[in-house]
Design a protein around this ligand. Sequence first.
Ligand SMILES: [Ca+2]
Length: 244
Amino acid sequence: MKKASLAAIMLAAWFIVSQAQAQVEPIPFRAINDEDGPPAKSSSSYTWQGRTPLAACDGNPATQWMSSGNATSGEGTDSAPWIAFYFDDLYELDRMTVWNFSEADGGRGMKIVNVYVSATGNDNDWKLVLFSVSDGEGGEPAFKDYVQFGNGVYPEYYEDGTWAWALSDPDTIQFDAGVVAKAVKFQILSNQDNNVFGPTFIEPSSNGTIAGMAEVLFYGTKVPEPATMSLLALGGAALLRRKR
Ligand SMILES: [Ca+2]
């Protein structure tokens, strides 16, 4: 009888956990203009109002975040572009889908990017994410510390002979198991024009020294608060005692 009760509780617990894991939903971003908490999103720089980091998580791939670039004219002074996103809760990340910057020739889109996560949401807790790559021979996976994004933009021609650059095709990047985050940061090392960012990369005009992102969606499962787990355990123990 006791064994049956325990089995029922274990089964119920397994069911709850497996249901939670099965639902991998887009992670909501932290609400903007929350003066009490960390920012919803931030970036090293932005070009002007409307090109802020908010434009990279507004649900619209046609609006874009754009860094200021780095120009001797002082037009922009950002030699190390980055953009960060914050959540209200802790999530185990499953994957992210990213629409690259797609205006002009797309050359300002990100190319080589380091991805950092912070499990506390604090800016001094950034940890580099390693991505596993197959060696193609069935051996142990190797790891690399960067993601390479595609350009994925192409001209779209209209009947009247005019054309425009289409939205970029999104890239989907899978995280390894166990990557938990309350915030994610992209440190952009180079852009689609193969310009490598750094203090020495400066041009008369900021045009080629810009990086950008159109939209990102993170998918993951919420990590239960320790308090919730304790309550579940206490509830299970209480049930067991009552059955005796
Ligand atoms: Ca957008």
